[in-house]
Design a protein around this ligand. Sequence first.
Ligand SMILES: Cc1ncc(COP(=O)(O)O)c(C=O)c1O
Length: 328
Amino acid sequence: MNKLSLGHFPTPIQPVHGLDLNPAQHLFVKRDDYSGIEVSGNKIRKLEYCLAEAIDKKYDVIVTTGAIQSNHCRATAAACARLGLSCELLLSGDASGQIESNLFLDLAFGAKVTFIPPDTKRELFYEQCLTTLKNSGRKPYFIPVGASNALGSHGYRDCFLEILEYEREHGMTFDLIALAVGSGGTYAGLWYENARHNLDKAILGFSVSADSAAFETIIADIVTDMAEQEERSLPVDKSSIRINDLYIGTGYAKSTPEELSFILDTAKKTGILFDPCYTGKAFLGLTSELAAGRLEQYHSILFIHTGGLSGWTVQQMSRALERSEQVS
Ligand SMILES: Cc1ncc(COP(=O)(O)O)c(C=O)c1O
C-alpha cells in the first residue's frame, strides 16, 4: 500500500508526572500532537495513505468534510497546500461565526470552504458538490469524515507498530492504550494491529460524540473492510472493542466549565495541554476511571495525545480562564 511521508514519526512517548495516581500504575502519553505543526495530530497519519492514493490515481482536487473546527479538515488543507493539490472543505456549523482557530487555518492554507446548509442531507450535498466539480472537468477525490475509512485507518496500524518498537527498546509492555474516539478510524487501526499480532492489550476509547454501541459497529465495520482489503481473515469480536461513552459531557464540541478547568489544571500539573473537543474529554475520562479504581488491573497505561490544539476557540479560551486569578 502506497504511503506519503507527511508527519514527523515516530512520535515520542513520555511519562506523565504530576498527577496523583495509584503508585502501582504508570501513565505515559504518546505525543501524536507532535506529528507536525500545521498537520499536527492524528489525522496526518491517515492522510499519508489517502493522499497517496489520490496522487497515484491522478485526482486533482481533494474534497473532505467535517465540523467547523475540524482538525481533519485543517490537516487536509495544510497537506494539500504542501503537495500542490486543490482542497475543498464542506463544513457543518454556524457560517456566520467568527473566523478563528482551525477555520482560519483552513483558509490560510488556501482551501475553498463551503458551509453545508442547515437541514440538508449531508450525503446528498457531498454528491452534488462532487458532480459539480466533475461537470467542470475536475477529478475530485473524496475523503470521508475524519478519514476514517479502511485506507486512512492504516495510519494507526503504523502508530501501533511504533508503540511495539518503543516497548522493545525499553523492555516494557503497555497493557492499556487509551484514546479519544470521534469517527472511529484511529481506534480501528490500533485494534487491527493488536489483533493481527495476537496481543491482548486493552484498547479503551472515550467517545466524544456517539454512544458506545454505535461506535462498536462503526469500528467493527472499518476493521472488517481493512481485513477484506488485505484478504486476511480477522474475525471481529465486538466485545473486545471497548468504548466508554460516559465523558461526552454536554455533546460534541461542547465544553462544561468542569472540563475546561480540568484541562487547565492538568496543564499546570503536567506541562501537557489537551484540546477541549477530544483529548481533554478522553484524558478526563481516563484519569477519572483510574481514580475510581475501575482500571486497577492495568499497570502500564498509554494515552495517545491525538492533537487538536489549534481547535481551541477564543470563546473556549476565555471560558477556561474565567475563574482564573492569574491575570491582574
Ligand atoms: C484531536 C483529535 N483527537 C481524536 C480524534 C478522534 O479520531 P477518530 O476520528 O479517528 O476517532 C479526532 C478526530 O475526530 C481529533 O481531531
